[in-house]
Ligand binder design. Structure first.
Ligand SMILES: *Cc1c(COP(=O)(O)O)cnc(C)c1O
Length: 349
């Protein structure tokens, strides 16, 4: 399957560590992370805590583990988490919310992954013995399956206010928080301010091979470290991985703007075909979600056809597809992918 892929827009997880990043990894000073003795991991954690405006941070093997740790710290079994219906914690973590924290989800039908304070208010339950306790509100910045939408700061604040008034904690799945920050010019720490827990992924658009870092209060992070240990996420000489993270924070953040420009161009070219449903103006970051229902193609068939030309995109529904731009696909590749997509559809109809 993967042999002839020239232009891989499947996900920004496809990025591979550059030579310079590998060099930084090879040279990293290391120690035993499980007892806080890895200096490079400690440095990365300090960097991310500062970046996100929190007291402390914790390096973990993955973003999924950050979400699962946060759920387990915030929630007891039987409690409820409110999130958008497209949320990664609801759809893409193998039921971990129920299996590990023992929590259940109440989903909101947001617009492109973003719900309003009014919608959150409507999702609150009357306190009653028969109702689950509502413990946590989780938002995704940017909203992945919805098409990389940025949660506007004003909506974040309003939603946070309603959550607080209801006595709930707040979690941000910030897998692509830095994409939002670069695009909007708003500091990551400003987006993160109302949240008890927030994490960024290193292994997506930042180009690292492994890892995510979660930030919060010193007390939250101390509890999170215990759950990380319980899940088997505690590592040893993780400085080799953390060094990639530090390298990425120094070198790969500002350039995310290029990915966003490339995604908009992909969408604009794809939108030239009338039967393709894509709102090019709504593309804010590095993700383009488009519907091919009216082209006569199914998502899987079209994805297979594109692969014949060495182009890979992902299929996220029967006719729904997703292209994600990132640092391993240059502008010319993105344009070629979009033009090939258009040509294939025009040829068949
Ligand atoms: C990728 C992703 C995750 C999971 O991160 P991993 O590092 O792949 O485990 C969680 N949430 C969102 C929004 C993501 O895009």
């Amino acid at each position: 399957m993967t042999t002839n892929i020239r232009i891989d827009l499947f996900s920004d997880t496809k990025t591979r560590p550059s030579a310079a990043m590998r060099q930084a990894m090879a040279m990293a000073e290391v120690g035993d992370e499980q007892v806080d003795e890895d200096p490079t991991t400690n440095l990365l954690q300090e960097r991310v805590a500062k970046l996100l405006g929190k007291e402390a941070a914790l390096f973990t093997p993955s973003g999924t583990m950050c979400n699962q740790i946060a759920l387990a710290v915030h929630c007891r079994p039987g409690e409820e988490v409110i999130a958008d219906k497209t949320a990664h914690i609801v759809n893409s973590e193998a039921g971990g919310m129920a299996a590990i924290a023992g929590a259940q989800a109440r989903t909101i039908d947001g617009v492109r992954g973003v719900f309003t304070a009014e919608q959150l208010q409507a999702a609150l339950r009357m306190p009653a013995r028969i109702s689950p306790l509502q413990r946590l509100v989780s938002i995704e910045q940017t909203a992945n399956l919805a098409g990389g939408t940025i949660w506007p700061l004003s909506i974040v604040s309003e939603v946070a206010e309603v959550a607080r008034a209801a006595g709930m904690a707040l979690h941000m799945d910030g897998a692509r928080l830095l994409n939002a920050a670069v695009e909007s010019g708003i500091a990551a720490s400003s987006y993160a301010a109302p949240f008890d827990s927030v994490w960024i992924d290193l292994s997506k658009g930042l180009g690292c091979p492994v890892g995510a870092v979660m930030a919060g209060s010193a007390q939250f992070i101390s509890e999170a470290a215990r759950i990380k240990q319980r899940l088997g996420g505690a590592m040893r000489q993780s400085g080799m991985l953390a060094a990639a993270g530090i390298y990425a924070l120094d070198n790969n953040v500002a350039r995310l703007a290029e990915d966003h420009a490339n995604a908009r161009d992909f969408a604009r070219i794809a939108a030239q075909v009338q039967s393709v449903i894509v709102d090019a103006d709504a593309v804010e970051t590095n993700i383009v979600v488009f519907d091919v229902a009216e082209t006569g193609w199914t998502g899987p068939d079209l994805a297979r056809r594109l692969l014949e030309d060495g182009i890979r995109v992902s299929v996220i529904g029967p006719t729904l597809m997703r292209a994600v731009t990132h640092l391993d696909v240059e502008r010319a590749g993105v344009i070629e992918a979009a033009e090939t997509f258009v040509r294939i559809i025009k040829q068949t109809h």
